[in-house]
Design a protein around this ligand. Sequence first.
Ligand code: ATP
Length: 489
Amino acid sequence: MEITIKNLTKVFPGNPKKNIPDTTAVDNFNLDIKDGELLGLLGPSGCGKSTTLYMIAGLKKPTEGEIWFGDEDVTNLPPEKRGIGLVFQNYALYPHMTIYDNVKFPLTNLRAKTTKKATGILYNRKIKALLTKDLEGIVGEILASEYSGKISKQAAARRLVFKYHIVTSMAKKIYGYGLHLLDEGAREAKVNEILKGFEEAEKATIAKLNAKGIKLNEAFEYLDEDGDTIEVVRRLTNDEIDELVQETSRLVQIQDYLTRKPSELSGGQQQRVAIARALVKKPRVLLLDEPLSNLDARLRLQTREEIRRIQKETGITTVFVTHDQEEAMSISDRIVVMKLGVKMQEDAPQNVYNDPHSLFVAKFLGTPPINVFNGEIKDGALYIGKEKIMTNPAFVQNKKVYVGIRPEGFLADEHTKEEDKVFSLKVKQIVTMGRDMSLVADHDKLLGDEIKIIVDSDIKATIGVMKFAIRPNKLFVFDGETEERIYLE
Ligand code: ATP
């Protein structure tokens, strides 16, 4: 589902009596999110990313602007009519309910539009397919569910559901045939008898429907006199609910925990349950508000991969809000960086890193962060302190600038020409980390505490003053006043 955001603005009114001014949380925001895309909304605390997400969800009303899902204007629709799944940072599961019931919850009382079908025939046909395809396997699963000397119906049903992806009632029905109690010959005879019963029931149903003027198509949907399918709005049946819960649980891989309570799961597993709960209604759009921030570092990484996999598997259009640039970079197809309610830049993660349009974006992305220096453009050249770093035709006007150099932008090896080594830094610390070496350095014109440099570990580094050449594509110049990028030629 494509999402289009047009001139979206949200102003929270202040209180003049208490001298509290209005807050413009989102300011004339425009964005197109493609069908099936995972879009990361990234920015520091208070930049308006959650407010934007809540307006897409319908939880907050825009002051101005429009939100479209495909060709439907949803700006004034309540959340429940938008077809969205929401996951918050505190996953807020119902503690007294099992995982199964937590996932099922959004489906209770859900009314859905569907075609009228001969569900009994479809149900029997599925059982028939299973019995014909893998009778031995089915019996094996039932026998394997043996627990404390008895075969429990519950345990056997769970195994069948798990292995054959069928609904619980179907598994219980198959168990009820007692096939595991018979020897091979008797088992086959019993199956034939069951299948014969199905055939007769099918014929009887079709005859009854035909008598009422109803025909069935190949998918066993009811057709009216004109040959059109008949649509009804109704509650889901227990079997349909069960199927959705099972299917979604398999997707997020919580199918083993369905009988447990939330307190019996890890944080990452609980968050997966929350994602299942958001997905079970098959929403058009999935909205995630900092879903990983309550997890510890290891789980955060794992759950991040999980979300990416689930999103790719379902192809559901997803908006992911985070203040963590690394998280946004690794998970998103595209990133939107926000500052004070305004969109600063949107692009593929690597492009935002390689080509920041402003000092803010350059500083916000990258670990270790970009090194920023006070610089000056003078007579067509860029200076940091007294050192002339480079000349460029873009340096037409003398002015103060900021110079950003990525940690990997410094060159000091012996293959680098001596005359290119134009930038002197005071190296304070050298740390070798396998393939790379990290240098910590200082400079009078540095903004911030220390310079972080990453170089190959085979260069000769020394504590004290070292001279570096700069990779031109890792150096960015920004206007000293507007902080906008000055593009080099
Ligand atoms: P965080 O990462 O801290 O959640 P955020 O980027 O999601 O931040 P928002 O929650 O969207 O930011 O808030 C944007 C701005 O709107 C902030 O300045 C915030 O203080 C303000 N704001 C949010 N909700 C309200 C409200 N109900 N009333 C007044 N101001 C609000």
